[in-house]
Each structure stands twice: as C-alpha cells, then as structure tokens.
Design a protein around this ligand. Structure first.
Ligand SMILES: Nc1nc2c(ncn2[C@@H]2O[C@H](COP(=O)(O)OP(=O)(O)O)[C@@H](O)[C@H]2O)c(=O)[nH]1
Ligand SMILES: [Mg+2]
Length: 362
C-alpha cells in the first residue's frame, strides 16, 4: 500500500558556494546575466525562467518601503486618482459614499469588504462629526487597517525542526520563484534550508528548482520519476537525517476544479504527516494578485481541501487589483505571510498591514 514510498532514481544536489564553477545558460527571458555557478553533477540543467531569483540586480538598491510603493503603484494610481477627486473637498454626503463604494469595488475589494469598509467609515464620520470630504482619507485608511490587520501574522519557523512548509497554487502563480526567494530569506535568518521538487508533472519544473538550488547552495531533493508524495516523503526524511531547519515542498500547479489533482495534493499532505506526524507546519497558497476576485475563490477552495495556514500574494506590481487583500480579509481571512512586488529576490517580504496601506495611499 505504500508503493509510493519506494525509492526511485534520485537526483540530489548538495553543492555549496565553494564548489567549482562553470557557466550554464539558465535563462530564457531578456537581459540574462551570466554568473558563476556551482558545478552541476546531474542532471543537465534545463533553461528555465528563474533568473529573476538567481540574478543579483545591478540597479541601485531601493529600500523595501520604496519597492513596496513602486510595486503598489498601479493600485495606488488607480485608487489615488479616483480618491483624489472624492477627497478633494466639499461636503460628505450620500453621493460621496456612492462614489467611494465604486472606487473600492474598482480596486477589487469585493462587495462584502466594501460594505464593511463603508460602514466603518460612516461610523467614524459620525463619531467625530466630520463634515469635510478631505477628512475622509484618514477614516478610510483606519477602516482598511482594521480590516486587514488580522492578516498580518508573520511566519515563525521555530521551534519545529524541520519546519515543513508545503506550497500550493494554480499554474504560474509564482510558487517556484517564491520558494527560491523564501529559501534565501530563511537562509539569511541562519536557517538551513532544503527544497523538495514536488512538481513532478513537468521535468522542466523539477529542473527549475534543482538548477536554482545549485546556483544558490541550497539542497534540493528531486526524483526523476515518481509522484509528489514520494518526493515529499523522501525530502522530509532527508531533512531529519541532515538536521535541516526548514524544508519547502514545491508542488505542481492545479485548479481547484481539477478534483483528481486536488486529491493528489491532499495525498502529499497526508504522506508528509506520515513522515512527520507534527507536519506540515505550514500549508501555503500562492496567489497571483492579478487574479482579482478569483483569488478569493482560490483561497476558499484550497483552504477547504488542505486547511491553509498562510498565503503568499505575488505580482502586486503588475496589477491595480491590490485591494483584493481586503476581500480576502473579509471572506476567508487566511494570514498573508508574504507579499511579492517584483521579480528580484528582495521583492518578497513579510506582509505588514500598515506599510501596505501607507504604500497604497501616500
Ligand atoms: N512581476 C512579478 N512577477 C512575479 C512575481 N512572482 C513571480 N513572478 C513571475 O511569475 C512567473 C511564474 O512563476 P513560477 O514561480 O514559475 O510559477 P509557478 O507555476 O506557480 O511555480 C515567473 O515568470 C515569475 O518571475 C512577482 O511578485 N512580481
Ligand atoms: Mg512551479
């Protein structure tokens, strides 16, 4: 019955930065920069679009606040343009609330969050006896903070050892690149990280992680055949044997409507539990902010199937739909652990509600 535990041919990389270097093409997209890489034993690397994680950027380093502001520029521009007109001056009246409602819906906050926010703003207005529209901005910021603050629950990876983090999501949401960024993030905190290449549907997906691991001195467990559950099982055992602190399990992209694939990822979780009854310690859904309201449906469906403990909201830089975070807070408040505002390694950071709102409004 445990046939998926059987050992399959295994590819494993444990190179460190001190390994001899060779040059290998690993990028398809514009502006790839050749850079030193550890020698690659096996298998041959396949070009994959992971350079955004692996490439150090030569641009002057911006602070996180600046990158967050730049990343949220599209949402801010759209929200700000619309709000500027509203908050410009004049009386607070029903027409104004009507327009505010439209603006919030346009920013993809969803009907439920918009209703909550409007009520909260109205309460603040009457409590403080506000009359002038220019005073509304602060009231709206406060209402929004109250709504999304509960989502701010930073991921803590101690004291569990290994801390097992499983990643799920639809195709192209940014799972694998976020895993690369997270591996670096945890390493910088002094944790020893191991990655499990659990996207076994496409060989290229496995290679994407393997190559990235080799380039960055992060151990990767991969199998040339076999299913994601088997890879995860082996990886958890390897992490225990090696005393790793954090293990991140990548998985193939899937839509919640693909029921057999949802069953498959539930099996990955069950098998992780067999390898370590205390795990997985985090089941994280990666969602593309461009998805807008559909992101909420994804959160609900994956949460129902897997019991999510955290979210990563990626690609906020590419969308004016940054308000979706309010919809999530209202409709399925799973903690937002990290947000992604760009393609470089530094563009994924823990979610801080106040910073997010300041970047949206100021
Ligand atoms: N602009 C932008 N692109 C991102 C972000 N996160 C991921 N991506 C890109 O999204 C694409 C798909 O990412 P990938 O990790 O392969 O998705 P997966 O299928 O979920 O594993 C890649 O081109 C990434 O560079 C982000 O925060 N901002
Ligand atoms: Mg992937």
């Amino acid at each position: 019955m445990f046939d998926f535990f059987r050992k399959k041919p295994k590819t494993e990389t444990t190179e460190t930065e001190s390994a001899p270097v060779t040059e290998t093409p690993v990028a398809q997209e514009p502006a790839p920069q050749p850079e030193p890489e550890p020698a690659i034993a096996t298998p041959a690397p396949v070009p994959m679009p992971m350079q955004e994680v692996a490439q150090p950027q030569e641009k002057p380093k911006l602070s996180w606040t600046d990158r967050l502001k730049a990343g949220l520029a599209k949402t801010r521009d759209s929200l700000g343009k619309n709000l500027a007109g509203l908050f410009g001056g004049g009386q607070i009246d029903e027409d104004l609330y009507d327009e505010l409602e439209t603006v919030l819906l346009t920013a993809d906050m969803g009907v439920e969050a918009t209703t909550t926010l409007l009520k909260n703003v109205r309460d603040r207005v009457s409590l403080r006896g506000l009359k002038d529209a220019s005073e509304l901005k602060l009231a709206l910021k406060e209402a929004l903070l109250e709504l999304i603050q509960p989502l701010e629950q930073p991921l803590v990876v101690t004291p569990q050892k290994p801390f097992i983090l499983m990643v799920a999501g639809v195709n192209g949401a940014g799972k694998t690149t976020s895993i690369g960024k997270l591996a670096k993030y945890f390493q910088e905190q002094g944790h020893n990280v191991l990655l499990a290449a659990g996207d076994t549907f496409r060989a290229a997906a496995r290679e994407q992680l393997v190559v990235w691991g080799q380039r960055n001195g992060v151990q990767v467990i991969a199998q040339e055949s076999g299913d994601a559950a088997a890879v995860a099982f082996d990886a958890v055992n390897a992490a225990k044997a090696r005393g790793c602190d954090v293990i991140i399990v990548d998985t193939a992209g899937r839509l919640p409507t693909q029921l057999h694939l949802m069953e498959e990822i539930k099996k990955v979780k069950r098998v992780v539990q067999k390898a370590d009854p205390t795990g997985p310690h985090e089941v994280m859904l990666v969602i593309d902010a461009n998805t807008g309201q559909n992101a909420v449906s994804q959160v609900k469906a994956f949460d129902d199937a897997l019991g999510l403990t955290g979210l990563v909201l990626t690609k906020l830089d590419g969308t004016a739909k940054g308000g979706v975070i309010a919809a999530i807070a209202k409709q399925r408040p799973v903690p937002v652990r990290f947000i992604g505002v760009g393609e470089t390694i530094d563009d994924l950071r823990p979610f801080v509600a106040k910073d997010y709102i300041d970047a949206l409004f100021d």
